[in-house]
Design a protein around this ligand. Structure first.
Ligand SMILES: C[S@@+](CC[C@H](N)C(=O)[O-])C[C@H]1O[C@@H](n2cnc3c(N)ncnc32)[C@H](O)[C@@H]1O
Length: 270
């Protein structure tokens, strides 16, 4: 990693772990972002705590149950920092529940160009009170002006598990469909990693494929990917696969250990 890439605007805590293609820091996300120089990132990826009382690391559930106004201030500071560190044409992705995505999206809309509200299918939600059954998370996609990198991924068309035929009727377009169908803004084929034996930790963990798609859409080789809430390290594994570089952070040292271990195993080919 070049020297320039490592130049922080002001001191942030020393790297928890360093690799040739990235740095992992253990500190508060706002401290991490505020230490960074302006306009260095190609992608900022945000999967923040949802303020729903999850227990991360050694902090109790209360740490993820902030007063609503404090939570808004915290996330808005994260968004402002993210916009500042993004290069012109860079992409910001925010993963959240719709109730918050709508509010935070309207805040972001004043500063960035809205591209998509991607609905990521949610399995095993619970209907509460007089609400419909919640069936998706929002993945908001904004860019800082016109995107400098944009690619539309293709997916294999869904097939019936039993007869191996296409589920949809593509009429006369069947021959083109073989090359793959265009990714839409509804991602029904992904869901959070839930099975204990597949998870790297007990708390939330995104599917690797979700971050891979983000990188396919907005990434570029050698570009810089920033994740202030790295958790179990899903994003940095996807980044390492892609040839991008990363700056990542989590305030919990045990999450940093899990993320670092996961990345090192990936690099060692395990
Ligand atoms: C929803 S999880 C991220 C999961 C991650 N995307 C993955 O796939 O494993 C949110 C993470 O943010 C961390 N976190 C919570 N508050 C933070 C803060 N103020 N600064 C930095 N990290 C924080 C938590 O420790 C947790 O690991």
């Amino acid at each position: 990693m070049g020297k320039r890439f490592l130049t922080w605007k002001k001191n942030v805590p020393a790297p928890y772990r360093k690799w040739k293609d990235g740095v992992l820091v253990c500190c508060d996300a706002n401290e991490f972002l505020s230490g960074m120089r302006d306009e260095i990132a190609d992608i900022v990826f945000l999967d923040p705590p949802f303020n729903l009382g999850k227990k991360y690391g050694n902090r109790g559930a209360k740490a993820d149950l902030m007063d609503e106004q404090d939570y808004i201030s915290f996330i808005q500071e994260i968004l402002l920092g993210s916009v500042r560190v993004l290069k012109k044409g860079g992409a910001l992705y925010l993963y959240h529940i719709p109730q918050w995505a709508v509010r935070l999206g309207s805040f972001l809309d004043k500063k960035m160009s809205f591209r998509h509200w991607i609905a990521v299918s949610m399995k095993n939600g619970f209907a509460r009170g007089d609400f419909l059954y919640p069936a998706h998370y929002a993945l908001l996609y904004f860019t800082k002006g016109k995107p400098t990198s944009f690619h539309r991924p293709k997916l294999p068309p869904p097939k019936c598990r039993k007869c191996n035929e296409y589920i949809r009727d593509y009429g006369g377009y069947k021959q083109f469909v073989k090359e793959g169908i265009n990714l839409t803004d509804i991602w029904e084929d992904l869901s959070p990693v839930r099975h204990r034996n597949k998870k790297n930790r007990l708390e939330n963990e995104l599917p690797l494929e979700l971050v891979r798609r983000v990188i396919q859409i907005s990434g570029k080789r050698g570009g810089v990917f920033v994740d202030p809430f790295v958790g179990s390290g899903t994003s940095i594994v996807a980044v390492a696969e892609s040839g991008m570089r990363f700056l990542a952070c989590d305030r919990e040292s045990n999450c940093c250990d899990i993320a670092a271990g996961r990345l090192s195993s990936f690099k060692a080919g395990k």
